[in-house]
Design a protein around this ligand. Sequence first.
Ligand code: VG1
Ligand code: CO
Length: 543
Amino acid sequence: MSLHHIPTTPFADQRPGTSGLRKKVSVFQQPHYLANFVQSIFNALPDYQGQTLVLGGDGRYYNKTAIQIIIKMAAANGFGRVLVAQNGILSTPAASAVIRKYSAFGGIILSASHNPAGKDGDFGIKYNMASGSPAPEAITEAVFSQTKTIREYQIVDHADIDLSVQGQTLVGDMQVEVIDSVSDYAALMADLFDFAAIKKLLASDFRFCFDAMHAVTGPYAQVILEQELGAPQGSVINAVPLADFGGGHPDPNLTYAEDLVEKLFADDAPDFGAASDGDGDRNMILGKQFFVTPSDSLAVLTANAHLIKGYQAGLTGVARSMPTSQAADKVAQKLGINCFETPTGWKFFGTLLDANQVTLCGEESFGTGSNHVREKDGLWAVLFWLNILAVRQQSVADILRQHWAEFGRHFYTRHDYANIDKKQADILMQGLKDQFARLPLHRWGDFEIQHCDDFSYTDPIDHSISREQGIRLLFSNGARIIYRQSGTGTEGATLRVYIENYEPDVSKQQQDSQQALAPLIAVAQDVAKIRELTGREQPTVIT
Ligand code: VG1
Ligand code: CO
């Protein structure tokens, strides 16, 4: 086996976004592109000689090729051991669980989450720390800075590892262990939830359907839901991970999870439906003809955590990303615990979780999770919901209605304008900032802006500051409109507009959210001149 120092030159576009580096597959396939980024990660990290690296991905096109390259680079750079998932399949939350369980130095996750996959789709890579948490900005910026000056990378000559069988191989001095993708994660779930109670629920006339969308969660859902919890075979649909996700778009929302939505809104709909995304960290929760917004889901989990084995000791606090609705805040207030508001992206929850300041976290983008790992976790949320349903013996809709009656309802929607011109998107955001001075006290019918700013966050634990995290229009009645640009896309820009209004009056809580929010949606379009600047009459996706 020989060690090579391969000369290379920097690529200018390797700055990680909200969740790692995401580019078209063809970009990653350029000679040295992946290797440059991997070497830059290693160069930015201290003291990993002899340590363990966890490696796996969401199974998308280029996953296995990238894994073989990274194994040889890890050996060349002096790692002692790589734990690589069988067939390269490792969901994002499972990767986080494995890093923690085996006290690894860190992990590399190959995923572009819900972005389309296949030869013409996207690929992605991110680094997670020893805690299992996505690398914080200080690290991602250090990696970026390495990518700008890289001159060579190190790789060994070695035959490819057979990823299809579990077992150990030596690559030079480094041990490569192919591990089961599911078992460590499944064991963790059994620790947290009352599997006996869920089993009983699933054995009753309760019917449910889980849509894995041909992405990474299929094998996890089949083992946990069908084999261990006894759900009838076929409860998990689209269960086989495919390199192109079956040509679909595994983003669990009302637009893209159409198979599932159709089932749950049919006359003979099952009682419960759920879907997960490309890398298994997101979840969508549906009841019979009923959609639970992710913001509400976080609030319901928080309010019901005392019913769940793994959380009976109580919650230390909860955290939500800034654009996520304030539904969880109301619950936290009642429970007498803190509710933290962080920028978008799971990496911002890491310090709070490590410091035991929060137990549950969530984002409006179909992400929920807890201190059991340091990533959001799709199947975990599904099991949490199933456990609540098993204990409360009520329908999803009844649980939500009761929740709103107690805490008030936060009507919520997000409008995405995808693939718009980047320049126009920047002009739109700047246009909003230019109005900051004159918007306060401006009225639109019942709505009066009280304060506007570009959200800036000081991490309460490490005091790092993250600026320009989204423009907020805060209204005097508690309503909010937020604008930000996506940091995960690979084409042009995507504008996200988040709209929220609070309704304490039970008699007005049953409306459709687009209708209830229509006046505020009009304000959001008007203030930002969305139609004029994007040329779009309608958002691309409404969630
Ligand atoms: C989006 C979501 C954000 C989420 C991120 C990664 O980011 O809005 O809440 O954390 O995706 O999720 P952005 O910058 O495009 O808005 V995943 O499931 O792609 O790892
Ligand atoms: Co994801």
